[in-house]
Unconditional design. Structure first.
Length: 218
């Protein structure tokens, strides 16, 4: 009996050690529910605010870039408008080609008859040409003295006509050919009428000799 009583405290202590520990307690007043509806809405609002700030910053940069582009376009348009059109800009003056007028004559005649439609233009061009070359021609077939004389007289008659109209006499040079150099078939009356002529060649520039110096103004 005494032995049982002697070991009783040991059994009580051993039983106490084998009991599981109590679970820790939590202060519910300090607990913050993370998944409540209000918390979810607050987090969504924060995300929306952040995204709005990003969009606002991008919109500001885009607006600045657009304004700069529009300013450059406006400046370019103003610069283009201030420039003269290509047609108004001075460019190199192209040399005008030589002009040729032809005066026809009746058979054995040296009387100058120039159509009214050609007269004004011929006189105007002859007054501005540096040199006027006259080539007297006939419908002859041989170099007879009579053909030579009429070819020369036709060139002289045209020269006198233009000088009387106001062309400087110093501008003229003359040559003549009694036979050949026909422009049409000489066997027909129509062809012979075309061959009896004086060609008036208007030079826009004086001939240049082979040595490269410019011929003196006549």
């Amino acid at each position: 009996m005494r032995a049982a009583i002697h070991y009783l405290p040991w059994f009580i202590a051993l039983a106490a050690c084998s009991s599981p520990p109590k679970a820790p307690t939590v202060d519910e007043s300090m607990k913050r529910p993370a998944n409540t509806q209000a918390a979810v809405e607050v987090q969504a609002c924060k995300n929306d605010l952040h995204n709005t700030r990003i969009l606002a910053a991008e919109s500001g940069r885009l607006a600045e870039s657009t304004a700069a582009t529009l300013a450059n376009v406006a400046a370019r348009q103003q610069w283009l408008a201030s420039r003269p059109s290509p047609s108004a800009q001075p460019g190199p003056i192209k040399a005008r080609p030589n002009g040729i007028f032809t005066v026809h004559f009746d058979f054995a005649s040296t009387r100058v008859v120039i159509p009214a439609a050609m007269t004004a233009l011929l006189i105007e061009e002859a007054k501005t040409a540096p040199m006027v070359l006259l080539r007297g021609r006939t419908d002859g077939t041989t170099d007879a003295p009579a053909e030579s004389r009429i070819a020369r007289d036709r060139a002289t008659a045209v020269r006198d006509y233009l000088v009387a109209a106001g062309v400087d006499p110093a501008r003229f040079r003359a040559t003549y050919q009694p036979a050949g150099d026909h422009v049409a078939h000489n066997a027909s009356a129509e062809g012979r009428g075309l061959n009896r002529r004086v060609e008036i060649e208007l030079y826009r520039a004086l001939p240049v000799p082979l040595n490269g110096s410019v011929a003196a103004q006549p």
